[in-house]
Design a protein around this ligand. Structure first.
Ligand SMILES: [Zn+2]
Length: 374
């Protein structure tokens, strides 16, 4: 005996995120490629940019009330404060109303069209962001002797005495911090910034990493507050495509040893300490980029279908990931492990290990230890 399944459920699941967002009419959402960013629709949550939905992946999350998020049906539940069947009913109408199979098919075709359009929009946004990044990079000034170099030096990354040109860094004295909020692109801040080039796996320029700093307080990041809402924004922003890329502080793609930290400072600190003689030092921009996709949450196992994830150049025989001292242990460890396993899968002769930065631990001591090859 089969218990007949309510046909409305199938129909509700075929709804696209785009369609559900339109139906819910959440105010002040900004389109950034596939992402829709804005206030959280849950009653009492709100904010300005804590909520994001991805129309291509069909998922959403709220930084404050639901960091894991869910699918389009879960979004209806969140926004209307209803349960699963309440969401189905809101989308499909009361039970007993027959849904025409032709209507279901029409919706599926609609969904495919929407997916294709989302893909095209995303590609257009990526091209736009990369162009903007190139304009910023070309307009920036030399790093050596600049306030950007002084900013890093005040954060214990004094690169002045080192025999490298640091071609990856530049400086802009009055760089606008522009963010798309609601319908408009708004300038929230203007001031000096450290501009870093992100190079893709092929070595070509692919994005800029921007850090705004406070010219009146040595070594302090800029405080960026939206005066209209009082909301604080991070002082760092990447523009362009960072996926698979790195900020190459020193060395070429021909080095045999590559040391990689997540941020410029972690990587720069290791470089200043000259932790590994003759190594290249690259910053991986963010943990997700160093890791690539995993097969499960915090599994530490790389999803090898993520073909655009970071991989070290083929010449690298030893890959060292630096784990930040202040990072969340389980998640960080899983990501770094997944990234190293991905690299070892591509090159079975690669030796790799994780060293821990900070907490007064000497990176140099750790790199002399046994590699965690597995
Ligand atoms: Zn929320």
């Amino acid at each position: 005996m089969y218990r007949s399944v309510d046909p409305r459920i199938e129909s509700a699941k075929a709804r696209t995120m785009r369609e559900v967002l339109d139906r819910l009419a959440i105010p002040d959402l900004t389109a950034l490629g596939d992402e829709r960013v804005g206030p959280c629709p849950r009653a009492g949550c709100g904010g300005t940019d804590r909520f994001s939905a991805n129309v291509k992946k069909g998922v959403w999350r709220c930084r404050i009330c639901d960091p894991k998020g869910g699918d389009a049906l879960a979004l209806v539940q969140l926004a209307l404060g209803t349960d699963f069947m309440g969401a189905v009913e809101w989308l499909e109408g009361a039970q007993g109303v027959e849904i025409d199979p032709a209507e279901v098919e029409r919706r599926q075709i609609e969904k495919q069209k929407a997916d294709a359009k989302a893909e095209a929009d995303a590609a257009r946004y990526r091209a736009f962001a990369k162009d903007q990044a190139a304009v910023i990079w070309r307009s920036a000034l030399p790093f050596a002797g600049s306030p950007a170099a002084a900013y890093l030096a005040a954060r214990n990354v004094d690169l002045a005495g080192l025999p490298y040109s640091f071609a990856c860094f530049r400086y802009l004295p009055a760089h606008p911090y522009v963010k798309k909020i609601g319908r408009a692109r708004r300038e929230l801040h203007r001031g000096p910034a450290l501009i870093s080039a992100i190079q893709g796996r092929d070595g070509r320029f692919s994005a800029v990493h921007q850090t705004w700093f406070n010219p009146d307080a040595p070594g302090q990041k800029a405080t960026i507050i939206d005066r209209e809402t009082g909301e604080a924004h991070p002082a760092k922003m990447v523009l362009g495509s960072k996926k698979g890329g790195a900020i190459r502080l020193t060395g070429t793609a021909c080095a045999r040893v590559l040391v990689m930290g997540e941020g410029i400072e972690t990587t720069g600190t290791a470089l200043v300490a000259d932790a590994v003689l003759g190594a290249s030092y690259w910053a991986g921009v963010d943990l997700g980029n160093m890791s690539g996709k995993q097969t499960g949450r915090n599994s530490g196992v790389p999803d090898l279908s993520d073909v655009r994830a970071f991989l070290p150049p083929a010449s690298v025989e030893r890959l060292i990931y630096i784990q930040d001292g202040d990072s969340e242990e389980k998640m960080t460890r899983a990501k770094l492990t997944a990234g190293l396993r991905r690299a070892m899968n591509a090159n079975p002769y690669l030796r790799s290990h994780i060293v821990r930065a900070g907490d007064g631990v000497d990176l140099n001591d750790l790199t002399q230890g046994q590699p965690e090859n597995e």
